[in-house]
Design a protein around this ligand. Sequence first.
Ligand SMILES: Cc1cc2nc3c(=O)[nH]c(=O)nc-3n(C[C@H](O)[C@H](O)[C@H](O)COP(=O)(O)OP(=O)(O)OC[C@H]3O[C@@H](n4cnc5c(N)ncnc54)[C@H](O)[C@@H]3O)c2cc1C
Length: 305
Amino acid sequence: MNFDVIIVGAGLSGSYLASKIKKLGLNTLIIEKSKSIGGRFSTKPVGGGIADYGCQYLKPKTKELSELIQILKNKKLIKKSNVLQYDDAFIAPYGISKIPQYLSLGVSTLLNQKVSFIKKTTNQWEVKTNSFSLKSKILVLTMPINQVSDLLKVSDLAIPNLPTAAYKSFYTITFQNMNAIGSKSILKNDFAPWICNNLLKGLSIDQNIFTVNINEELSNTLLNVEDNKKHELIKRHLKECGFKNFSFYNLHYWKYAFTEGQNNIANYFNENNMLALCGDSFSVGQADGAVVSAQKTFEQIRDVF
Ligand SMILES: Cc1cc2nc3c(=O)[nH]c(=O)nc-3n(C[C@H](O)[C@H](O)[C@H](O)COP(=O)(O)OP(=O)(O)OC[C@H]3O[C@@H](n4cnc5c(N)ncnc54)[C@H](O)[C@@H]3O)c2cc1C
């Protein structure tokens, strides 16, 4: 099947771009390797509730994200929160993954399909996944820059001069606990810079569901430890933090979590071969970077059609 635009990745950047392109009436397809939409805007069911286990809150620095926030606020998908005592931060009461889910509404999406090879022929891109071979005029890659480089390399394509983005890598744990351990929504200690009670953060749940990010040093140690020992060690740390009665424990490793203090070019677009790159590797990183670079990509695609 032939498309005008194929977007690889259904995270914030890919879904925001899709929401904009949809209005141009272009035949667009999103391809996502995971089984759900969201990327790092991810929410998981945990016991009797849900937990945001990737992006935690939005604190806009750019006009692009501020404008998106206004739209999401009107749809009641986000609300103000005093998370970390910021008075200009927003959280998503039904889970942060509702944002990319809403943005990608009405756009054809293939889930569970990893793009493993891309090829440029005279006037179109061939995109291969585990099940399909698809074609499009424009190809947009929205994953972290290191994953873009990997895909270009296996596809035997030249790697353009791309910006660098230094991602933090760490483990995130989610679980339900009988008690709240204090009245604050966010706590931290030496082992975990982010201990979040999703109930107190403002999610529409009635259980104490926690998201804990483990510090990078311990995460690096855990990477080289056998699974049994890894879980034993983490559970010991959790008990020391005061979590005496937890269940539905789950562990996830983020190789590319987020960058800090980044200020790169807004995106990459090659009009000769119709390849576009956007996502949080560009611009100022995090949610702002993802939206700014997708907006720029949208404007360039609009000018081509
Ligand atoms: C633990 C954590 C906490 C965070 N906290 C915050 C925060 O509080 N505030 C904030 O602003 N930001 C935060 N961030 C960062 C924020 O989540 C990201 O910057 C943003 O979600 C990036 O969106 P994206 O669309 O650029 O990338 P992604 O969300 O990574 O989307 C890329 C998508 O591409 C898919 N993909 C990759 N390779 C392929 C392939 N070959 N084929 C098909 N699909 C593929 C991936 O599965 C993914 O869904 C946090 C991130 C993490 C992990």
